[in-house]
Design a protein around this ligand. Structure first.
Ligand SMILES: Cc1ncc(COP(=O)(O)O)c(C=O)c1O
Length: 494
């Protein structure tokens, strides 16, 4: 479908060309026949109609007559965004061509002012922390819970948010992630009521939940539960190109003009028409075939989960944990009762079974399942997991698991942008206890900062970072050399 313009000979030639490493790598991956259990949600184009894929390059044009301008939409983009708002139940929707990241930045600068304080779930995505640095807004962190059985962070409960509001009456609102990477759904409607009763705003990072609006069998959307603003990465779970995302306004507590100007400030003056067209494609899918497709997918997943529940060592996360709902399309396998780490399982699936998952951590593998996945592919995933379960030994009781339990952080003052960028130096990790971190130290994925700029480095951080540096976790924000022996961390000059 996508290969018409490259023949075999040309492809072989391209492979030889060392000066096109990105194209070579993409060619290798896209022709290896592996099953994509990762984003983008269109899964190598399978989620799009053939005509759409064939026309995408032709759609890559600029604002010529007959089209529209994303910065001041008056015709086709305006009409498309209005329809999208209608489909997703928003008062107004803004197309984003730089992912939810730019939408999160826009949400924060449009809803709050420099110097404001707001509640932020501590396990937020790094884009929230970057937005705080850029905007001069200060967080009061709300610490998530932890589930021992599933070795998983849990969304903070209503009680935690109530306590935080009571102790910080000056806060202007809250930012909550819903759902998280593992599909866990925070109690949004209760948090929305709490915020609104106290005259505060609720902003939701719904990057992983763009599909929720499509089916009654999925958790309710953040908008339906009262969010004032929310951001959704269409590209993660819907048929849309990477970077396709939408910022929705849900209430009249937010100035539309401020949101419009904030989105415009953070958006390229050459927005990609293919990305915008794919947002429209996904919204149309949501309105038309989406509901039936999700019914089919969820029924199929119910059957598959029944089988996967028979596994002895690899365990599938249930759709509800401690009364907290999980996105039923987010398949997560816990490996901690087996001899495998999450990384081992991820690698085995790719190497031996031709399945590439979205991500692994120490004891989980996460699969992003969308309506673009066929029954055959999902059955192969099920059979592969069951086969690996049969072949895997029990967990070695001596095996040391890296634990990413939420750590109670002290007070955190996010630095001024100029201080963040300039006023710091690298020192050996071992000498850093008690110093203030100047960087964002983030195991990737899922991209949740372990240390934020301004937080105090504790002995616990140092131990964990030492362990991580010799594991397979990719940690952004520290410097590692000498085979993991020399670790340096950025601290403030003070
Ligand atoms: C919870 C969460 N929020 C926001 C983002 C950023 O989304 P995007 O990649 O669309 O910019 C991510 C990315 O993975 C995420 O996991």
């Amino acid at each position: 479908m996508k290969r018409d313009f490259i023949n075999e000979k040309e492809r072989a030639e391209m492979k030889k060309r060392a000066e096109t490493p990105i194209i070579n790598a993409l060619e290798t991956y896209s022709t290896n026949g592996k099953i994509k259990m990762h984003m983008p949600g269109h899964k190598g184009g399978k989620g799009f109609a053939k005509w759409f894929v064939e026309n995408l390059v032709q759609y890559d044009i600029t604002e010529i007559p007959g089209l529209d301008n994303l910065h001041n939409p008056e015709s086709v983009i305006k009409a498309s965004m209005e329809r999208c708002a209608n489909v997703f139940g928003a008062r107004k929707s803004f197309y984003l061509v730089n992912g939810s990241t730019s939408g999160i930045h826009a949400m924060l600068i449009s809803a709050f002012n420099r110097g404001d304080r707001l509640l932020v779930q501590r396990d937020c995505h790094q884009s929230v922390i970057n937005a705080l640095i850029l905007s001069g807004i200060q967080p009061v962190f709300v610490t998530p819970g932890y589930n021992e059985r599933w070795h998983l962070k849990m969304p903070a409960g209503l009680h935690d948010w109530e306590k935080a509001v009571l102790s910080n009456p000056d806060i202007k609102g809250a930012v909550v992630t819903y759902p998280d990477y593992y599909g866990m759904c925070a109690p949004i409607s209760e948090i929305a009521d709490l915020m609104h009763q106290n005259g505060k705003l609720l902003l939701v990072d719904e990057a992983h939940g763009a599909h929720f609006a499509i089916s009654r069998r999925l958790p309710q959307t953040a908008l339906k539960q009262g969010a004032d603003l929310c951001v959704q990465s269409f590209h993660k779970t819907l048929p849309a190109l990477t970077q396709a995302a939408v910022l929705h306004i849900g209430s009249d507590r937010i100035s539309e003009d401020r949101v419009k100007r904030a989105v415009s400030m953070l958006t390229t003056t050459s927005p990609s028409y293919p990305v915008m067209a794919s947002i429209e494609y996904a919204a149309d899918f949501a309105k038309t075939d989406g509901s039936g497709e999700y019914d089919r997918l969820i029924c199929l997943l119910d059957d598959i989960k029944k089988e996967l529940n028979k596994m002895v060592r690899l365990k599938i996360l249930p759709d509800e944990i401690q009364g907290i709902k999980r996105d039923p399309t987010r398949i997560v396998i816990d490996t901690s009762d087996s001899c495998l780490t999450g990384y081992d399982l991820y690698e085995k699936l790719s190497r031996e079974y031709g399945i590439v998952a979205e991500m692994a951590d120490e004891s989980h593998v996460v699969f992003i399942v969308t309506t673009a996945d066929s029954e055959k592919e999902l059955t192969h995933l099920k059979n592969s997991l069951m086969d690996l379960d049969r072949k895997s030994d029990p967990a070695d009781s001596q095996k040391k698991h890296l634990s990413f339990r939420p750590m109670e952080q002290g007070k955190c003052i996010i630095p001024e942008l100029s201080v963040y960028l300039n006023g710091c130096r690298y020192i050996p990790l071992n000498d850093s206890e008690g110093k203030r971190s100047a960087g964002m130290v983030t195991p990737y994925p899922p991209g949740i900062p372990m240390l934020c700029p301004g937080e105090t480095i504790t002995r616990e951080h140092i131990h964990l970072l030492r362990d991580i540096s010799t594991s397979r976790v990719d940690v952004h924000g520290i410097s590692i050399s000498g085979n993991g022996r020399e670790i340096k961390i950025r601290v403030f000059d003070e």
